[in-house]
Design a protein around this ligand. Sequence first.
Ligand code: NAD
Ligand code: ZN
Length: 276
Amino acid sequence: MTDATHHAADAIRSGGRVVVLTGAGISAESGIPTFRGKDGYWTVGSREYHPQEMATSAMFSQHPEQVWPWYLYRRGICSAADPNHGHQTLVALEDALADRFLLITQNVDGLHIRAGNSRERTYEIHGNLHRMRCATGCTTEQYPVPDDVHTPERNGALPDEDGARLRCPRCDEWARPHVLWFDECYDEAWYRFESSLNAAVEADVLIVVGTSGATNLPMKVGGIAAQRGAVIIDINPQDNPFSRMADQAPRGAAIQGTAGQALPPLVRTLVEAANA
Ligand code: NAD
Ligand code: ZN
C-alpha cells in the first residue's frame, strides 16, 4: 500500500471529501475502445476521419446523417458492454462516503450510472451518448435516443427512417447527441463546469483513473486540487500529466496499473476508513 493511500484514508477519517475523476481508461476493461486505437476512426465517403474531426459541431452542421451513425455505432458498443470491477468499486465508495463523494467522468458511455453511482453525484462532463437534445437549442430538454433506431455496422449509413426518428420532439429539427464536441466549450447547464471546479476546491482527496489529460476541465480540476494540497492518486498503466501531478504532490502517488487491478484495493482501504 502506498503512503498516499494512508494519507487518503486519514483524510477520510477526518471527514474529508473525495473526488474521483475518470476517463476512457476505466471503461477499457469493459471492452470499450479509447480514442487512441484504430476503432476511434470513421470513414466518410473514401476518407478516414479522426474523432477530433467527427466529434465537432462543424461536422454535424454539415453532415448530421454522417455523424449520427458514428455515435450510434459507439452507442451499440457501450450498450453491449457491462460495467467492470473498476466501475463497481466506485459504487461501494459512494455508498460509504455519501455526500463526501463526487464522481467526475469524461466518459459518455453511461457505465458509471449503470453500475449504480447516483445521478446527483455523477457529473458527466462530456455528456452521454444514450441521450440527445435539440440541435437548434429550442428546448433544454434531453431525450433518450429512441430504442428503435438501428445500430449501424462500422462505417455504416443512417437509414432514412432513423433520420426521421432523430428529431427534436418539440420543433422537429435534427436532434444531436448530448455530448460535448471538440469545437464547443464546457458550461454549467449541460456539463457541470462550475460545479466541477467547486468540487475540486473542496476536495481533500483526488483519485484520477484512466485519463490521458488531453482535455481542459479535468486538467483544471487536477491543478486546483494540487494547488490546495489535496492527496492526489493517479491510476493508469501509462505516464500522463496526472501521474506527474500525483508524483509531485507532497501526499500523492502515481499507481501504474489498470483500473481493474489498482482501484479495488485502494477503495477497500478507503471504505474501511469511512466506516471506522
Ligand atoms: P483519455 O484521454 O481519457 O485516455 C485514455 C487513458 O486511459 C490513457 O491514458 C490510457 O493509458 C489509460 N488506460 C488504458 N487502459 C486502461 C486501464 N485498463 N485502466 C486504467 N487506465 C487505462 O481517453 P481518450 O480515449 O483519449 O478519449 C478522450 C475523450 O473521448 C474522453 O474524454 C471521452 O469524452 C471520449 N471517449 C469516451 C469513451 C467512453 O465513454 N468510454 C471512449 C473513448 C473516448
Ligand atoms: Zn427543437
